[in-house]
Design a binder for this molecule. Sequence first.
Ligand code: C6P
Length: 424
Amino acid sequence: MNTTWKDDTVTLARSVNAVRFDAEKARADFPALHQDVHGQRLVYLDSAASTQKPQVVIDTLSEFYSRQYSNVHRGVHHLSQIATDLYEGARSTVRSFLNARHDEEIVFVRGTTEAINLVAQTFGRSEIGPGDEVIVSEMEHHANIVPWQMICQEKGAQLRVIPIDANGDLQLDHFEEMITPRTKIVAVTHVSNALGTVNPVREIIRIAHAYNVPVLLDGAQSSQHLPIDVQELDCDFFTLSGHKIYGPTGIGVLYGKRELLERMPPYQGGGDMILSVTFEKTTYNEIPYKFEAGTPNIAGAIGLAAALKYFRGFDIDALVAHEKELLDYATGRLEDIDALRMIGTARERASSLSFTLCAVHPHDIGTILDKQGIAIRAGHHCAQPVMQKFGIPATARASFAMYNTREDVDRLVEGIKQVLEVFT
Ligand code: C6P
């Protein structure tokens, strides 16, 4: 198989020529960043877990709850119509952000976890049978393992895993051999939360489609760092979490190609997902409502739209260049620390940088950094198979977003040196 690795390297290379990103200006939009923690200026390096929120998102939520709030799709009254227009307008904003073809291809869910569960429980339940296969990769977040494992167990199907190498790159050469006539779906992450690896997703999709196998991309860690165009990617499903792209918690998106969503049975039953109900028979609503039972997270969707509009106000090439430059700078500075071992040195990485420090437990690293006002994440990052691969229980992870600067990296490096002083 002739594997090409251009993929998002095209974006990353293009970003080199981009106009300069003004991170200080972006920082000014995020009130949470302008506070001291334990007496020091907060350095927030935990954006892969969740990003901070710009003022415009906070204001949008406040305005909605203060003056525009009502339930959607149900009332003829003024406020209900305003709320419905804002909610459906948010769907259009998401469609345009992802460059999906149709608004109805956008399903509002709680986040990436629910989006993947929805696909596993609907597409999976109807399309996967005994002896069938689902392909994931070794670097998946638990959200892209467990839902597939559950449906495979239920149906007597098999979960197959694309291995990663010692750098944290997918061993793509194995992938094509793994596809069989029993393969029903390939579900892979676009960017790894534990390793930062940017996967060659166009190549994965090209190969899978050659065998008529649909592909789900977990975009929880890519939508905020790379330009996303679902038509150009030609993925069949794409997921994102609002709270990771400067939006509120409790809201996320499942994009699905219209013909697939139409074919899938509903997810949960309840209000709004039906056209008619009798005790004998229920007819279901059309997509996307078929998948949105009950009162949705109206404020969340509206807040997410505000976040996406805010995000799109920046030059994406400049943003990508800024985050890549920060990651390169941080990598260089951390590599100078002898005791530090980088976990994940893939060809292309975005945002996250995982490491261990001799025998210091990552939780101790996190705690001592916190005392210096530096927020990182320590743990297995809900990617235990990645930890098993590298033979470690956990890592410390610094992750970057638009508002981080070289000064933040310098503080991190000084903080790590202090951790080492405590332990030597
Ligand atoms: N990763 C992290 O600190 P939810 O929780 O549904 O918004 O996203 C789940 C999820 C799915 N896929 C990937 C690649 C992810 O990174 C995450 C969330 C967070 O890395 C919390 S564990």
